[in-house]
Design a protein around this ligand. Structure first.
Ligand code: ZN
Length: 346
């Protein structure tokens, strides 16, 4: 009897923890809509997985009512996987597509609108102009190290040196979004890149952690949902406190109207190459590239990344970063990443 009770309890608990959601899709004249509907709000993140798919990672063990067959202009299949207490839905496309995600309430729905990627927007296979963006400046100090080094000062020194390295070695034009200690708004920074018809945009920052032992690079490209809570917090700080996350209301964020959406794939590749070079130069484990809603990347009409070169909050790193030798090693690593990316275009 006791055993039966335990078994019953087990089933009840299992039932309580596995949540039923409905999935459906519909084709419209110029886009396809995929909808996840649930009685209760879901915690989830959206991952850019290339031009031909998108992944939705939902917290918890979710039972998705299966779609027997997908007969759609743009969608080809839906794969459901369970991963460490999360449910991952991967939606595959028939063509190269862009997407936007938003939520609706009553009932709670996650909506993915998928649209064919416009032609003629494919990346140019050459790079003539690179914009380097030294983060912060003026009244905006950014992070401050234990010994008082400000992020704004370090990003400027670093960006100027990186500009020199790239110009000497690649023979391309490099423009800085600021070359002194002045305040430049996030919008202005991307405008500078767009007006210069830049082919790459690289924003330089230095990271901060409460843990003084943390070191190493983190390279980001854009998304509405941050990869993890640390990435979300970082984007919040770098956006000067204005959070730019996917809305939970009915407001539609038009991701594909956002300039950067056309370049996410290229941005992710550039981010990977830069991250790999930096991590190996610093001898730290490559934690991979991350995604977060950085305002400075949103309006860029070219592949754009944000590099948190190292942690200014680590006193040892702070000291090292003040030496030109150490900076040179890190600058060369970023340069090699950019160079690899450019070579991969040919
Ligand atoms: Zn910063």
């Amino acid at each position: 009897m006791k055993r039966l009770k335990i078994v019953l309890l087990f089933f009840l608990v299992a039932f309580a923890f596995s949540q039923e959601v409905k999935a459906r899709y519909a084709d419209h004249s110029n886009f396809s809509r995929f909808v996840i509907e649930s009685d209760t709000p879901l915690e989830y993140k959206v991952f850019y997985t290339g031009e031909f798919s998108v992944s939705l990672k939902i917290d918890g063990d979710i039972n998705v009512s299966p779609i027997s067959r997908i007969d759609s202009k743009l969608l080809s299949s839906l794969i459901v996987q369970k991963q460490e207490g999360k449910t991952v839905l991967t939606l595959k496309f028939r063509k190269s597509c862009t997407w936007k995600v938003f939520e609706l309430t009553n009932p709670f729905r996650i909506i993915l609108d998928i649209r064919e990627r416009p032609r003629g927007n494919i990346l140019k296979n050459f790079v003539r102009t690179i914009v380097i963006d030294p983060g912060h400046g003026g009244e905006e100090f950014g992070a401050v190290g234990k010994n008082g080094t400000t992020e704004k000062k370090l990003t400027l020194i670093f960006a100027k040196e990186l500009k020199g390295i790239i110009e000497r070695n690649l023979g391309v034009r490099v423009i800085l979004t600021r070359d002194d200690d002045s305040f430049v708004s996030l919008d202005e920074r991307t405008s500078i890149a767009n007006n210069a018809k830049a082919d790459l945009f690289v924003s330089i920052h230095f990271n901060y952690s409460e843990d003084p032992t943390v070191k190493g690079p983190e390279t980001y490209f854009l998304s509405y949902k941050a990869t993890d809570s640390d990435a979300r917090l970082l984007a919040y700080k770098e956006n000067l406190g204005k959070i730019k996350e996917a809305p939970s209301s009915d407001i539609e964020l038009i991701l594909w109207d956002m300039a950067q959406s056309q370049y996410l794939y290229q941005s992710s590749r550039l981010a990977e190459m830069v991250q790999m070079e930096l991590a190996s130069e610093m001898g730290v484990t490559n934690r991979g590239v991350k995604q977060a809603p950085f305002a400075v990347l949103m309006g860029a009409t070219m592949p754009a990344i944000l590099v948190e070169v190292d942690f200014i909050s680590n006193p040892d790193e702070e000291k090292l970063l003040l030496t030109s030798d150490y900076r040179h090693r890190l600058e060369m690593a970023i340069f090699r990443g950019i160079q690899k990316y450019i070579r991969s275009l040919r």
